[in-house]
Ligand binder design. Structure first.
Ligand code: GTP
Ligand code: SPV
Ligand code: MN
Length: 601
């Protein structure tokens, strides 16, 4: 069998620049003593280093070079077929007490978890290289920006972190030699990529993460879900800011009026697509720009909410991405991109279900097997992904590097719901909006292992990512509202309502601009709506639906309807969810539920 993660031997001048920081050096030494790597590779983020690592990754078959003419400087990676998504059942929040982790997280006491993981990590990097990956999350001059170090025995992780974060020298310079500086300690080892030895463990009090047994995405790019969301949310509450699973987009009218909105949709429910939206031709002169596609860090200034994107790249869902659905994503992934688990065509191109044009007559599927259009299996895994630098995005917002962030006019929650949820509604006020976020639900997707298409409550799209007690998280939201003198309005959207025949009623993608425009107009007090039991819902006349082909008046009526029977079920679902949390739900949200019940009766 091919050796997993063999050691690499860099030439002098590459991988040998040790930082000055004493605590970092000591920590790297202590992890090396435990894991016994053959050598240590200190990443500085330089071009020479990247070229060398790409060459080694090709030599070791970790990456396959794609057709240079079609996809310059781009590569394909195939993960182990047992390792294709986040693993929520193996993800732990290791706080001193179970109560701090709360009812929605898996918990093991820190001492016990450290012991278990240290046993697994003992000698785990023998014959391998340990990469030291220093990185920062956030624009360099933001007060929210955090430093992290990830130690990993995966060259794929080292190369991906270079795309997803601001990596290398910039982080070490920021640390300097200040031994009191705050930084996150991340340790990752592939071990033998066995689901029975797969743990993603967070130690919020120690600002530490240990991930073993996986080589995939959110399990191993420790900057992303682990630091920016789970540890991030814990730090955010302590320090009075917010770490959220939200895209951030800018929308500018032909007159030059600009707004920013942040939107929380669960995994694989449309954040990247919404963040890169191209308005339909009816909206000539309107422009949407991307600040971030997955994570928002937000703080209060002058009574307003300001957001930064802590990331430097996009780790996006590939299937369904096309020049029709998301041209900006297509242009972003035309070069300098690492694809994971897509199909490989005979001419070295990447292919996936939902790509433009006819399927290839023959390809190699994501597992490495022959594939033809007659095959029963999918060519690309449903959770296949691209990692691409955000600078590839043709509509990158000009304020993406602003440390101050961008001011948020509206917060949008949304999920995949075949029924019940109208296309859009507005919460009555902040506290009601927190209730709408806390009770949101969505059909599960391939982004996490487990059943797909099951409706589950996913508060603020943070169910898998909140690094502490969800009741305290709700309380934090309510407290932020009290501190905001000009709070963003809060909305809920649903692009996924279906007809009884199972067809999407709303065309989605670029046409979501119509909903976005109503949201902006509401925040400027210039759009109509009807007051209903669940919030303010637009009537057909309140939305700009001109030149919207293929959507009948009846469809619009269903999309904007609030069905009393469905909502009584929904209310019962909220109650069951709150009950399942065992008494941690704040009184204010219980009151909100009571009020909704009264409005519905
Ligand atoms: P994560 O990266 O997992 O957090 O996902 P995401 O929320 O960024 O989701 P993404 O935008 O990648 O979309 C996931 C899937 O939903 C893709 O297959 C899209 O084609 C599909 N999708 C996105 N927007 C829409 C929409 O407006 N309507 C419909 N029907 N599908 C959509
Ligand atoms: C998600 O699942 O929300 C993602 C993909 O953004 S991963 O990075 O794998 O978590
Ligand atoms: Mn995500």
């Amino acid at each position: 069998m091919e050796k997993l993660a063999p050691a690499i031997a860099p030439p002098p001048g590459i991988g040998d620049r040790r930082p000055r920081h004493k605590t970092v050096l000591d920590w790297v030494q202590s992890v090396a003593q435990l894991t016994q790597p053959e050598n240590i590779f200190w990443c500085d983020g330089s071009e020479q280093e990247n070229d060398f690592l790409l060459g080694e990754a090709r030599r070791l078959n970790v990456l396959i070079k794609l057709n240079e003419r079609k996809l310059p400087r781009s590569y394909l990676h195939r993960s182990n077929p047992n390792d294709v998504a986040r693993v929520e059942q193996f993800t732990f929040i290791c706080t001193p007490t179970k109560e701090e982790a709360g009812p929605t997280n898996n918990w093991i006491a820190p001492a016990e978890m450290y012991q278990k993981l240290h046993r697994l990590l003992k000698g785990a990097m023998r014959g391998r290289t340990m990469f030291v990956v220093p990185y920062i999350m956030g624009p360099p001059d933001s007060p929210l920006t955090k430093v992290g170090l990830e130690l990993t025995d995966s060259i794929y992780v080292a190369l991906s972190m270079r795309i997803m974060t601001r990596m290398g020298k910039i982080a070490l310079e920021r640390l300097g030699d200040d031994t009191r500086a705050e930084w996150n300690r991340g340790v990752h080892s592939l071990l033998d990529v066995n689901p029975e030895r797969r743990f993603i463990a967070h130690f919020p009090q120690d600002n530490a993460i240990i991930s073993v047994g996986s080589g995939y995405g959110g399990n191993v790019l420790l900057s992303k879900k682990c630091l920016a969301l789970r540890i991030g949310s814990y730090l955010a509450r302590k320090q009075g800011w917010m770490a959220e699973h939200m895209l951030i987009l800018g929308v500018e009218s032909p007159e030059g009026e600009k707004h920013y909105v942040a939107a929380a949709f669960p995994s694989a429910c449309g954040k990247t697509n919404f963040a890169m939206l191209i308005p339909p031709s009816h909206f000539a002169g309107w422009r949407v720009t991307t600040v971030g596609d997955d994570i928002a860090w937000m703080q209060i200034r002058d009574g307003k909410l300001w957001a930064v994107n802590p990331e430097n790249g996009y780790f996006g869902v590939v299937p369904g991405t096309s020049y029709k659905s998301n041209p900006n994503a297509m242009r972003s992934i035309e070069h300098d991109t690492i694809y994971t688990n897509v199909a490989l065509t005979d001419d070295g191109d990447a292919w996936w279900e939902g790509k433009d044009g006819a399927p290839p007559a023959h390809a190699i599927d994501w597992r490495g097997n022959d594939w033809t259009p007659a095959s029963k299996e999918k060519a690309a895994h449903p959770n296949s992904r691209f990692a691409t630098p955000m600078r590839n995005n043709p509509v990158l917002d000009s304020h993406v590097e602003d440390g101050a962030g961008v001011p948020i006019s509206a917060i949008i929650f949304g999920g995949r719901r075949s029924d019940t949820m109208p296309l859009v509604f507005q919460a009555f006020d902040w506290d009601h909006g927190v209730y709408v976020g806390a009770t949101m639900a969505s059909e599960t997707t391939a982004a996490a292992t487990g059943a797909v298409g099951r409706v589950r409550r996913d508060p603020m799209a943070m169910l898998p990512f909140c690094g502490y007690n969800i009741g305290d998280y709700f309380r934090h939201w309510l407290e932020m509202g009290k501190r905001l003198t000009s709070p963003p309005l809060i909305f809920h959207v649903n692009w996924f309502r279906k007809s009884p025949e199972g067809q999407f009623l709303w065309p989605g993608f670029g046409e979501n601009m119509r909903v976005l425009k109503w949201i902006i107009d509401r925040s400027e007090n210039r759009a109509g709506a009807s007051e209903t039991a669940i919030g303010y819902v637009p009537q057909a006349r309140d939305l700009d639906l001109n030149e919207l082909p293929g959507v009948s008046t009846e469809q619009i009526v269903i999309l904007l309807s609030v069905n009393a029977d469905e909502w009584r079920n929904e209310l019962a679902g909220h109650g069951e969810f709150f009950d399942s949390l065992g008494g941690v739900v704040p009184e204010e949200l219980q009151k909100q539920r009571q009020k909704l019940a009264e409005r519905l009766s």
